[in-house]
Write a protein that binds this ligand. Sequence first.
Ligand code: ADP
Ligand code: MG
Length: 294
Amino acid sequence: MAAIIETRNLTHVYNQGMPDETVALEDVSVSIQPGEFVGVIGATGSGKSTLITHFNGILKPTSGQVLVDGADLWEKGQDIRAFRFKVGLVFQYPEYQLFEETIYKDIAFGPKNMGLDQEEIHRRVLKAAEFVGLDESFLQRSPFELSGGQKRRVAIAGVLAMEPKILVLDEPAAGLDPEGRETILSQIKQFHKETGTTVLLVSHSMEDIARYADKVMVMSEKKLVMFDTVERIFARSEELLRLGLSVPQVTKVFIKLRQMGLELPKDVYTVPYAVQTILKALEQKKQGQEGKLC
Ligand code: ADP
Ligand code: MG
């Protein structure tokens, strides 16, 4: 299948030629397929935000290419604005960008910019509000009356209302309490399931990535160091730890158990799978003992 997002040897240098020149991204080549839910992890400063802000043309590569749906964003004749609508980018702490007097207007801002008619805008605002679990009764209220988590959901709804082909979210759960995190992440997952939209989710929480993503990009020191399915990434947990990344608690327990000599699989990263694995190991042990008794 043709990639929906592709980077070829993408390098980004901030403030090139200045004393504070910073190489933020080095030679990243990656190919994302339509409909994938991709988690992006890496330590602070590893280049995650720099990478994803290339996907809708907010940042221009210093060298290399970015392709969306097979089209090079920076090729002569391309309309960068079209990519802003195709790739919906939710920045970190997007609630700070709310500014309209009603929630309705805030969610409608993107679709209005796209030049859609009132009826279509209305349809999209209602649908997006529903996706993020905001009741219609909220829509005429001011966004400033809302809690932090609700404000963030309004901001995300504003991007969903543009019906992007690709949804990119930079740490959408950062700074929220566990309940708020869970609400937002499961709504994003639900949106992905229902619409089949390609989703890229930046997070520094391995637990969140393990629960929601199908594939994972691991960034380290400006480079893409791993890109694979969640199972295969977590099977390399010892390497992840060496890169200074945490791994899910349950994975740490399994690393310890393996070090103690138990024969357990390497790719355990969720609690339900851990339970299943332990039950299976116990079952095998029991059968082994019964075998010996005969
Ligand atoms: P992450 O999102 O993984 O924390 P970033 O992409 O924000 O990483 O940062 C990568 C590197 O680029 C860091 O060294 C950071 O200090 C630098 N950087 C990020 N944004 C800018 C900017 N606007 N100007 C200069 N340097 C920047
Ligand atoms: Mg960042």
